[in-house]
Design a protein around this ligand. Structure first.
Ligand code: PBG
Ligand code: ZN
Length: 326
């Protein structure tokens, strides 16, 4: 008997394609968007190609162009000009969401990030106590529920809490249901780690911590713990999250693979701004084929069990995937 040779199924593009168990489609991507109050015009986000801090008008034009190119699923971040320590205002974000909904109707599927870091004077994701040394969990959760209800009332299809407070999923679900938003999807940033791969985002969302706690280590997950990710994902599922997320992507691929095996909820993965900038830097330096490494990371996410991929390059997904077979 001839020895087994795995090379037979790699012999040519036809057979390689036939036997693949992972396939990517443009429909599984979410494109992040930033709406920033008070800008004179759109600004590029440092390190990221084709990603902008938009005004409400430039954002609407961008979404129109995206729709024409077949991109219809988005994750929006609203960045108000005025910052507060408490008693936040959600009018700017609500107007942006309502404006997109009025203009594009059901042609777009719009998820909206729920957090306080773009709204706070200190840049943290929750309300802090008076000496800014601790996050006040329950006061934060109450605010987040108010924000989520504001986005839902404005027409969000999905709200996505990224704050990492305890118990926010259950409270937000209750608040949505009580306000008549039972159809609004809840996507939890369930396993969001305290990561160094968020750099360009914090410029885009004006959300770097600037006072009080020096970083987000007390509320985001510890990179050195897998059990915590499992506990957080199970808890958020039990509290009513429809979709669970792992973030960042590549450095936490083991977590993604483990959680998708463990839990029946659909998973999203967030390829963060720092991860994206790293890929683009490699390509700019001529050290990698940008399209190829982009596809390779996305394939890894799908292989690890992600259904939804949040990527800053989502609006180029069709072109990048069309270049596929290696
Ligand atoms: C903040 C938030 C972050 C991201 C989404 N919402 C980063 C952070 O914790 O500062 C990550 C986005 C990215 O880096 O692409 N709640
Ligand atoms: Zn935040």
């Amino acid at each position: 008997m001839a020895p087994l040779t795995l090379r037979r199924l790699r012999d040519n593009p036809h057979v390689r394609d036939l036997v693949r168990d992972v396939r990517l489609a443009p429909g599984q991507f979410l494109q992040p968007l930033f709406a920033v109050e008070g800008l004179a015009g759109r600004e590029p986000v440092p390190g990221l190609r084709d990603v902008w801090r938009d005004t409400p008008d430039s954002l609407a034009r961008q979404v129109e162009a995206d729709l024409a190119a077949g991109i219809s699923r988005f994750l929006l971040f609203a960045v108000p000009r005025a910052k507060h320590a408490r008693d936040f205002h959600y009018g700017f974000g609500a107007d942006v969401v309502a404006g997109l909904r009025r203009r594009f109707g059901a042609d777009v599927w719009l998820a909206v990030d729920v957090c306080l870091c773009s709204h706070t004077t200190h840049g943290h994701c929750g309300v802090l106590d008076d000496d800014l040394s601790h996050v006040l969990n329950d006061a934060s959760v109450a605010e987040l529920a108010r924000q989520a209800a504001a986005w839902a009332a404005a027409g969000a299809d999905c709200v996505a809490p990224s704050d990492m407070m305890d118990g926010r999923i259950g409270t937000i679900r209750q608040a949505l249901d009580a306000a008549g938003h039972g159809r609004t999807v809840l996507m939890s940033y369930a396993a969001k780690f305290h990561s160094g791969f968020y750099g360009p985002f914090r410029v885009a969302a004006d959300s770097a911590p600037t006072a009080g706690l020096k970083d987000r280590a007390t509320y985001q997950l510890d990179p050195a713990r897998r059990d915590e990710a499992l506990l957080a994902a199970r808890r958020d599922a039990a509290e009513g999250a429809d979709i669970l997320m792992v973030k960042p992507g590549l450095p936490y691929l083991d977590v993604l693979a483990g959680l998708t095996r463990e839990l029946p909820q659909p998973f999203a993965v967030y390829q963060t701004s720092g991860e994206q900038a790293a890929l683009e830097l490699l390509a700019r330096e001529g050290l990698a084929d940008g399209a190829r490494v982009q596809r390779e990371t996305w394939t890894a996410f799908a292989r690890a069990g992600a259904r939804i991929i949040i990527s800053y390059a989502a609006r180029r997904a069709t072109a990048l995937l069309a270049g596929a077979p290696e």
